[in-house]
Design a protein around this ligand. Structure first.
Ligand SMILES: *Cc1c(COP(=O)(O)O)cnc(C)c1O
Length: 420
């Protein structure tokens, strides 16, 4: 699309937006009686207005039924998970049996490593991004140590080429090839949290499988953001959190994908009673018998209140549909890039957008590297009530979200930058 820098142009795009009604389903934070321009959905998505309603329902049930809430009525807690699996499966491109909802992301990462990282003396390496999200780095490091392995030997980090900020796809594939005989697992973020770069998960999976390695993705920045086809791509497992683009609230409950091909495989796992075959769970017998599918990885009694938040939010994303969301997102983030480049032309190119421009390589987020006075520029945006986030040492992340952000809000970024 040929973008224009006039306010009327942005307003016109908003009028034509087929998703424009969705904004009214969210609480937009207010400052000084004005709605903030919230571009921080990559960190904490906004609260759907329905969240309170869904939580209130469960509180009321607890109030009125006590323990009977587990078994009474259509929305009983025993089967509460079932309301989440359909929408989630559609959002990540999976079958309902391939997804479950439990714990938090880093916990699930460890649980999946137990099942899918099977090192042998020859094949024991894990391929990861250098500068992966810190929690993932700590998980890899400590997980390997508990398995008696030396992280310095077992972890291979993908590093961008000298002078570049993002990874080249061909370099990822080449690295898989280089380590073909020793590689046990490829474990990347589907999107790098810092640069916003989207990796070609289908091709990476194919390449890793071709050398006999297993593939997992941390989709924290992908779910609800970009188009996913985990089942068709043959990804072995994936984990994600629900509080970024899925708007399910602070520290919200996490999701897990386990590909169907592994459901009968009797993989090693750390189990708990909630993953036990539901038909006989309450016989409380010795000897673990897993539920079929991803649900067999559950450990504990589900956190129903967190799931109620999740349910309210998932219904919105599911109803909008990932296809429509992604279509708007490409336009909206494209417009932000245009606005930033307009500013750049007049200001000695002081902003460097390190997120790749190719459509397949970005989601909502743009990561803007500012070599000089970056913090100051960030504060300028904040003073204009434009909420992004700052990542040390010099990156501003702005993420227009198709569910609740508008083109006019993006246009205002240009105004705020110009008004210094
Ligand atoms: C946000 C994020 C996490 C957070 O993990 P929690 O266990 O939910 O705190 C982990 N990994 C990545 C890549 C993230 O972006």
């Amino acid at each position: 699309m040929e973008y224009q820098k006039q306010q009327e142009f942005a307003q016109q795009l908003d009028q034509q937006d087929v998703l424009k009604s969705y904004r009214s389903l969210f609480h937009i934070p207010i400052h000084d009686q004005h709605e903030q321009i919230y571009f921080c959905g990559n960190s904490l998505g906004l609260q759907p207005k329905n969240t309170q309603v869904y939580i209130a329902q469960e509180l009321e049930k607890w109030q009125n039924l006590g323990v009977e809430g587990w078994f009474t009525g259509q929305n009983n807690w025993i089967n509460y998970l079932q309301h989440l699996k359909g929408p989630l499966a559609r959002i990540v491109g999976a079958m309902p049996t391939e997804v479950t909802v439990m714990n938090n992301l880093t916990v699930n990462l460890h649980l999946m490593l137990i099942s899918f990282y099977q090192p042998t003396t020859q094949r024991f390496k894990i391929l990861v991004e250098a500068g992966a999200f810190p929690s993932d780095q700590y998980a890899f490091e400590t997980h390997l140590k508990t398995r008696g392995l030396n992280p310095d030997e077992a972890i291979i980090e993908l590093i961008p080429r000298e002078g570049e900020h993002t990874l080249r796809h061909e370099d990822i594939l080449a690295s898989i090839e280089t380590h073909r005989d020793t590689l046990a697992l490829v474990m990347l973020g589907g999107i790098n949290y810092y640069t916003g770069q989207v990796f070609d998960m289908a091709q990476i999976t194919e390449a890793a499988h071709a050398v006999g390695a297993t593939v997992g993705f941390d989709l924290a920045h992908c779910v609800g953001n970009i188009w996913l086809e985990l089942h068709n791509w043959q990804v072995d497992f994936a984990v994600w959190c629900s509080y970024k683009y899925l708007n399910s609230g602070m520290g919200g409950v996490s999701g897990v994908f386990v590909h169907e091909k592994h459901h009968q495989a009797n993989l090693p796992r750390l189990a708990g009673w909630w993953g036990y075959d539901q038909a006989t769970r309450f016989k409380m017998e010795k000897g673990f018998v897993p539920m079929q599918g991803a649900d067999g990885w559950q450990l504990s009694t589900p956190t129903i209140l967190a799931m109620a938040c999740h349910r309210a939010a998932l219904e919105i994303t599911d109803q909008a549909g990932m296809k429509a969301l992604r279509e708007k997102s490409v336009l909206l983030t494209g417009y932000l890039r245009f606005i930033l480049e307009e500013y750049n032309q007049q200001h000695q190119q002081i902003l460097q957008i390190i997120t790749p421009q190719e459509e397949a390589q970005h989601g909502c987020q743009l990561s803007i590297l500012v070599e000089k006075n970056g913090k100051q520029l960030f504060e300028q945006l904040t003073n204009a009530q434009i909420i992004g986030d700052w990542r040390e040492p010099n990156v501003i992340r702005l993420s227009p979200v198709p569910l609740y952000n508008t083109f006019e809000e993006v246009w205002k970024v240009g105004q705020a930058l110009a008004n210094q």
